[in-house]
Design a protein around this ligand. Structure first.
Ligand code: AAO
Length: 491
């Protein structure tokens, strides 16, 4: 409407695995804000066990999942002051911070030194403080068979030898709530609840209610409850928590997309809840996550950046397809040899184990797009992925698929009402034809191949005739996407 500026919603977020707070602040300003990302999931910000060598690998990433206290000063990503500065600067450009909240357990092992240089022991975490009464007793370990037969053991025993907090205790609930309320008061907008499947719905519901009750604005909650058929603990047991507003990470999304990318993507035509996925309003969609890309957290085939152009196409599909709240994965380079060494290997590091960040050295462009170990991949900067975030935002109001076309094999196209249209060509030959796009007549920028800068398209222009038809050509293993917020001549 003339004179009434409409705000485009932000509808996708990114996980910047192991990024430093100072780097995330810069990335929000330089890239994530302008590209329309809603939020960043950050690595666990609290004090954690320091592991110099784990499963043979230097400074494993997974030390972040072994809490020693809820102090923010300091984790491998930086200090509390740096964290606060990051949250403020990201919020200022419209990008929220989601914290990966590790609250089911504390560290594994019998003692050591933390990221902040403090000692801890078995069932002994003086900086919280937690003592032996604060853990589930007697100690037991979750076995593979327990997942199918015994919800009580999944909730009350140790996951991978990680000391299991007695989350039913009011004292423990209070300590966890204090931590999360502190984060929210800093300006954190949401929480991924790590290993939520290992906290009973009753206990987790009490923690979420306690946190929500102390805040004027409720944070966004999404829970890691891995769905597997035949298991005793299922995501739908958690749907009612937090007044029914919580989401769950939908693990079937990425494995289903991977299976069709290994077969025929034309079969994605019906993809969604009817495939056994959580209701769209409940699901966080992702192609890969930090565990699945390196074989942690069980099997299943998931696509990663190692798949090359096909990975980009899978993300283009996710960001165009109206299901759930998409999470983009952003990695550091790793070798996918299948060894424990490679699956544990940490982010690029200096000799003392501190992180060598992509923005180190006062650079004006981050050291990204390096797929050799020791580099940062930054999938969120791959143009097809980065620009499809804008497509998703532009099409958010039209939560339906129209004008579906496929060739019965690995070429598909679909529209999102009169807001956007996408073509995906996962075949070895060029696709060129006339499509009904559903869009108003005009000249659009193909955002897969170029950015719109100052109203000028850096890639191919697509002309939509009155009536919605357009000739579109897409190279082998590529895509084309047009939307109403990226018209040529628009500003
Ligand atoms: C490290 C060492 C360990 C050591 C431990 C303590 O690697 O050797 O014992 O320290 O010293 C991460 C790493 C761990 C690491 C840990 C702590 O992945 O290797 O341990 O940090 O440093 C389950 C949980 C799920 C969990 C996943 C890894 O349910 O919550 O295991 N993910 C989160 C994080 C993850 C983190 C933690 C939790 C811990 O994302 O990064 O661990 O904070 C079935 C179940 C799943 C279960 C898997 C694996 O999966 O359904 O719930 O995940 O088994 O146990 C098919 C199914 C799939 C099924 C699978 C296997 O694929 O689709 O659902 O079969 O049956």
């Amino acid at each position: 409407c003339a004179g009434h500026a409409q705000t485009t919603p932000r509808t996708a977020f990114v996980h910047l695995l192991e990024w430093k707070w100072t780097d995330i602040a810069k990335e929000c300003e330089a890239h994530l804000g302008p590209k329309g990302f809603a939020a960043v999931q950050v690595s666990p910000p609290n004090e954690h066990n320091w592991v110099s060598v784990g499963d043979g690998a230097p400074f494993p990433w997974w030390m972040r999942y072994q809490p020693v206290s809820y102090s923010l000063d300091r984790s491998r990503s930086g200090t509390r002051a740096e964290f606060v500065n990051m949250v403020q600067r990201c919020n200022a450009v419209g990008v929220g911070i989601y914290v990966d909240a590790v609250i089911n357990h504390m560290s594994g092992g019998n003692g050591g030194t933390s990221s902040a240089g403090n000692g801890w022991g078995h069932h002994s975490y003086p900086r919280v403080p937690y003592g032996s009464n604060d853990f589930h007793q007697p100690v037991c370990g979750i076995g593979d068979a327990d997942y199918r037969s015994d919800a009580g053991r999944v909730w009350g025993c140790e996951l991978s030898g990680l000391q299991d907090l007695n989350t039913g205790s009011p004292y423990v609930q209070g300590k966890i709530a204090d931590y999360l309320v502190d984060l929210a008061n800093i300006g954190v907008k949401g929480f991924r609840v790590d290993a939520a499947k290992h906290i009973s719905p009753g206990d987790l519901g009490a923690i979420i209610s306690a946190v929500n009750g102390r805040l004027a604005t409720k944070p966004y909650w999404y829970l890691e409850v891995i769905q597997a058929d035949g298991e005793a603990v299922q995501p739908n047991q958690y749907f009612g928590l937090g007044d029914g507003l919580v989401n769950v990470l939908e693990f079937k999304y990425g494995s289903s997309v991977a299976s069709k990318f290994s077969g025929r993507i034309s079969e994605l035509k019906t993809f969604g809840e009817s495939w056994g996925l959580s209701p769209s309003s409940k699901g966080v969609a992702f192609i890969d996550n930090h565990d699945k890309q390196r074989g942690h957290g069980g099997g299943g085939t998931y696509m990663t950046y190692h798949w090359g152009a096909q990975y980009d196409l899978a993300n283009v599909f996710m960001l165009a397809w109206p299901y759930g709240y998409p999470q983009v994965m952003s990695s550091y380079a790793f070798n996918n040899s299948g060894t424990l060494y490679d699956s544990s290997y940490g982010p690029p590091y200096n000799s003392d184990g501190s992180t060598k960040g992509p923005w180190d050295g006062g650079v004006t462009t981050p050291a990204c797009l390096n797929q050799t170990r020791g580099g940062w991949v930054c999938e969120h900067r791959f143009r097809p992925i980065a620009n499809m975030v804008g497509f998703r935002n532009a099409t958010a109001a039209n939560w339906t698929v129209n004008n579906w076309w496929d060739n019965g094999n690995n070429q598909i196209a679909f529209g999102r009402g009169d807001k956007g249209f996408v073509v995906i060509n996962k075949e070895a030959s060029t696709l060129s034809r006339s499509f009904q796009t559903g869009l108003p007549a005009g000249q659009y920028c193909d955002v897969i191949g170029g950015d719109v800068v100052n109203g000028v398209c850096g890639g191919n222009l697509v002309t939509v005739a009155s009536g919605g038809m357009a000739n579109i050509t897409v190279a082998a293993f590529s895509a084309a996407a047009i939307h109403v917020n990226a018209k040529s001549g628009s500003t």
